[in-house]
Design a protein around this ligand. Sequence first.
Ligand code: ATP
Length: 217
Amino acid sequence: MSEPLGLFGGTFDPVHFGHLRLAEESIAHLGLGGVRWIPAGRPPHRGVPEVTGEQRLAMVSAAIAGNTRFSVDASEVMAAAPSYTVHTLERLRHELGADRALVLLVGADAFAGLASWHRWRDIFSLAHLAVSHRPGFPVESASLPAALAEEFEARRLSDIDSLKASPGGAIATFAMTQLAISATQIRKLLANQLSARYLLPDAVLDYIQTHSLYRNA
Ligand code: ATP
């Protein structure tokens, strides 16, 4: 049986070391065969990103270059319609078959907002969810909206090995190296002509400089 596949969606505006460590550490913590990065096209939850989808995709590709466990999925960026995770998961199920264990990777802040996602409960019939710790965002039922706290309690996995046992439906948590890095912080630094070096890969910074991105606050 194939190892579970990690699916990592995000705006990645721009991609940074918080994202990279989350994906890297999820492989060992969750026993994944690899992680497929899925930059959002037109994220339904937020305003229009400052740079184009193609540019965010290019930055993710530059960031993960050389890591054979990582791949990038351009489908959301290339789609004309807004990106809803549930639609992407339906497409991936179709592509990868009904039995493959899929694990949607989310940071604790993204998980806390899950109940506002389009058809959020259907996500559990399509994939597992793995929630990584993130500084400032506790992963505990008491800090979640009631409907989500209920799902969290009912689906929570204590034994990570059982992620392999079914294609989806469970919620795992994992503690990653805590990095208080955000894309918002990086955009602010760059708009103020301050250094963002060592918060994201040099290859991504080079791309940002070459294309004069994030110059405006
Ligand atoms: P922004 O500051 O623009 O909101 P962000 O840094 O949160 O962006 P996103 O692209 O929105 O980055 O995040 C994609 C996913 O990565 C989300 O699930 C988010 O929770 C997670 N994530 C981002 N940064 C970190 C971090 N430093 N530690 C753990 N998880 C993170």
